[in-house]
Design a protein around this ligand. Structure first.
Ligand SMILES: C[S@@+](CC[C@H](N)C(=O)[O-])C[C@H]1O[C@@H](n2cnc3c(N)ncnc32)[C@H](O)[C@@H]1O
Length: 449
């Protein structure tokens, strides 16, 4: 069915790291809404923290993340001061001292921070929040910037999980995306991480990049597996040059088409599974003994702005420019422009710019979409019962799933939806059937596969 579906369903739908999705957030006039939400949180429940470090020293042309290229440390130093101040502002706005169970440092590249600054920042954090004894502290690493001193500082700060941006090992692909990074560089960083006790290693791989072929993608997976990662994320390159103008530097003629992308994804996934990794959700793979694979098997997987996670906390506080927070009341996103972010914090304001409060059946639909994205299965009637809603309200969504069922992407039984193994790469399409905003949506998204 592959080729046919790859062509037929070359639709552009969200990746559902939240629901409603970020394009539907609205501008906030001030920080009043967020302050009210923070004040209403329960201090007896642990929460999660996300820190965004929006700096890199070189622009990777494929990059879809929010980052700025800097070649001096001064802007980073100024940013870290603002970040520490934001932590104090948020801690003051909370009704007590909260325990943090998950911390994630993303970017950009947290690897841009000087080791000493890392330790100072984490010391400030420990003053504002209690860390759970088994807290997961994860960091994204650009291996080109990492030094052993940096990795040692991470270990000292309590980091116990690392995610390395690999993308591909092939020199021609690396040249076409401006990310020159030989295998040995990644291998060396894995060695340092393990030497310093951080052995929960994730590798980010990509397909759909310029000049990639099925053969190259298989070779990429083989090399990656030599490094014995606990997890692998396999992302399809999202080409959105209308949003990320630097992606125009990528020669579109060198990009694989949708059928080729489908084959690359399938070949990489097959290879990863043959070597013993378990598929997790849309695009992750994990060793059977890894908490992510265990959570997936037990139906406890979650999805947030960083992708798939074992994090079950109801609250994720986002810190830093562009960071998104997820609270029981809705989502908030911080100011993106670095100067405006710094000024807001200096003025004692929580630096939120946009957000959305849940209304109507947002939470119900959000739960249906999260279960589908995580479990590839959802019992809509059971979720409706928990929310005191009528599953018949989703008759239109089930009708919209009809063509996907006819094509073997989903199997429908009563008010349940199961995404078939062959349909796994298209799970976003099944989720989209439950998205009430998409029908009115103006947002453009990248390919589903
Ligand atoms: C938030 S980024 C930051 C990681 C880190 N700074 C690095 O690149 O080394 C995490 C991952 O997102 C993925 N990514 C970035 N841009 C993407 C795009 N346009 N399409 C799909 N995945 C992308 C890459 O695999 C990257 O490693």
């Amino acid at each position: 069915m592959s080729e046919r579906l790859a062509e037929k369903y070359d639709l552009r739908v969200p990746r559902y790291t939240s629901y409603p999705t970020a394009p539907h957030f609205r501008a906030l006039a001030d920080d009043g809404l967020y302050r009210g939400w923070l004040a209403g949180l329960d201090p007896s429940r642990s929460l999660s923290l996300y820190f965004h470090i929006p700096f890199c020293d070189e622009m990777c042309w494929f990059c879809g993340c929010y980052t700025k290229i800097v070649n001096r440390y001064e802007p980073i130093r100024a940013y870290l001061e603002a970040l520490a101040a934001e932590v104090r502002l948020v801690a003051d706005a909370l009704p007590g001292r909260f325990e943090a169970s998950h911390l994630h440092w993303g970017g950009g590249s947290p690897t841009m921070l000087a080791p000493g600054d890392w330790l100072a920042l984490v010391a400030g954090l420990r003053a504002a929040f209690a860390f759970a004894a088994d807290a997961e502290i994860a960091v994204e690493i650009d291996p080109r910037d990492a030094t052993e001193a940096y990795i040692a500082a991470l270990a000292e700060a309590g980091v116990n999980r690392a995610s390395i941006g690999v993308q591909d090992f092939d020199p021609a692909v690396q040249a076409a995306i401006n990310r020159r990074q030989p295998y040995e560089v990644v291998e060396r960083v894995c060695g340092w991480l393990r030497r310093h006790g951080i052995d929960a290693i994730n590798l980010d791989l990509m397909y759909g990049l310029p000049h990639q072929t099925v053969g190259k993608v298989e070779a990429m997976v083989d090399l990656a597996l030599q490094l014995e990662p606990a997890r692998v994320a396999l992302f399809g390159y999202a080409h959105v040059p209308w949003m990320k103008t630097h992606q125009k530097l990528i020669d579109e003629a060198s990009l694989p088409g949708s059928t080729e992308r489908w084959h690359q994804n399938a070949a990489a996934a097959r290879r990863l599974e043959e070597r013993g990794l378990r598929p997790v959700g849309l695009d992750h793979f994990a060793r059977a003994d890894d908490p992510l694979a265990k959570a997936a098997a037990a139906g406890h997987l979650h999805r947030n702005f960083q992708g798939y996670t074992t994090d079950a906390a109801a609250v994720l506080l986002g810190f830093g420019a562009s960071a998104i927070g997820s609270l029981p009341q809705g989502y908030v996103q911080n100011i993106m422009a670095l100067k405006d972010y710094r000024e807001a914090v200096a003025g004692g304001r929580l630096p939120v710019a946009r957000g959305i409060a849940f209304v109507g059946d947002d939470r119900l639909r959000g739960e249906i979409i999260e279960r589908l994205m995580c479990d590839l299965f959802v019992d809509v009637a059971a979720i409706c019962r928990r929310h005191g809603a009528d599953a018949d309200a989703f008759a239109a969504a089930f009708a919209a799933l009809g063509p996907l069922a006819a094509d073997g992407v989903v199997a429908l039984d009563g008010r349940t939806v199961r995404v078939t193994e062959a349909g796994r790469p298209l799970v976003r399409l099944a989720a989209a059937a439950f998205d009430a905003y998409l029908a009115h949506g103006e947002a453009r998204h990248s390919r589903a596969v």
